[in-house]
Design a protein around this ligand. Structure first.
Ligand SMILES: [Zn+2]
Ligand SMILES: [Zn+2]
Length: 187
């Protein structure tokens, strides 16, 4: 089995179905890890991935790299683009790989099975754009021991990683201190 097939199967098992997104996510991850000199078959302690979309392909990136929210090694940048920045925390080297399908209009006319086959086997330069980049990772975003935590003075909930704000000299969580993204219903 080729490296692509091995990794594609891993992505497929994690995601639960086969789709063009998983194919592209597998190829994008292979390119990103290769550019950093990392073996995609080995767990990588120094890898952080910033993924710019929350769709199918993101699962391929997670399944293959092992990077996850829980390890603080997978970060979501909500840009709606099928692209990811792979960062080696040790060397500080970073590479951004974006899906850039040169024959997209042609592929759109084919059925999904053919698209999956073509995207899985065509030369990388026909589907990916690779750029070497630099990126500043805030120290509170780095995996490891939390640098700061606080208890919200309004709701009493614990806020990790210095994500609290200070209002009138007291720590407050963002739900209490800024606009909350949810509304609590009356009981
Ligand atoms: Zn899918
Ligand atoms: Zn609060």
């Amino acid at each position: 089995m080729s490296l692509y097939e091995t990794l594609f199967n891993k992505a497929k098992a994690f995601h639960g179905h086969v789709c063009p997104g998983i194919v592209l996510g597998t190829r994008l991850t292979i390119a990103g890890m290769r550019e950093l000199g990392m073996d995609p078959l080995e767990p990588q302690r120094n890898l952080i991935v910033y993924i710019e979309i929350d769709r199918c392909g993101s699962d391929a990136v997670q399944a293959i790299t092992g990077c996850s929210l829980g390890h603080r090694s997978l970060k979501h940048k909500d840009f709606g683009k099928f692209a990811a920045v792979f960062v080696d925390l040790e060397t500080k080297k970073a590479v951004r790989v974006a899906v850039y399908e040169k024959k997209r209009a042609e592929h759109d006319k084919l059925d999904s099975k053919d698209v999956i086959r073509i995207l899985g086997s065509c030369p990388e330069e026909e589907i990916l754009k690779i750029e070497h980049v630099t990126i500043d990772i805030p120290e509170n975003d780095i995996p490891g021991y939390p640098l700061g935590k606080a208890v919200c003075s309004i709701c009493g909930e614990l806020v990790m990683d210095n994500r609290h704000i200070i209002v009138d000299g007291k720590p407050v969580c963002k739900n209490c201190g800024t606009t909350s993204y949810y509304t609590v219903l009356e009981p």
